[in-house]
Design a protein around this ligand. Structure first.
Ligand code: SF4
Length: 61
């Protein structure tokens, strides 16, 4: 990842999605049910009410 993701880089709700062109998007899965958050946060995220430490997971699709 070229841009430091900040908290999202160590948050269990983050999913990294790579397009066919090689662009990496970081998607916040928590935004699906927590309307305080946005699905594609602007990086780096320095403060987040939904942050929970854990391993971000790669996304296959
Ligand atoms: S909950 Fe916050 S820190 Fe975690 S992935 Fe979503 S935006 Fe990033």
């Amino acid at each position: 990842m070229l841009i430091s993701p900040g908290l999202c880089g160590v948050c269990r709700h983050a999913k990294a999605n790579t397009t066919k062109r090689g662009t990496i998007y970081l998607r916040c899965t928590r935004a699906g049910w927590d309307n305080r958050l946005v699905r594609y946060p602007r990086l780096p995220v320095l403060h987040c009410v939904g942050f929970e430490a854990g391993e971000p997971s790669p996304e296959d699709d």
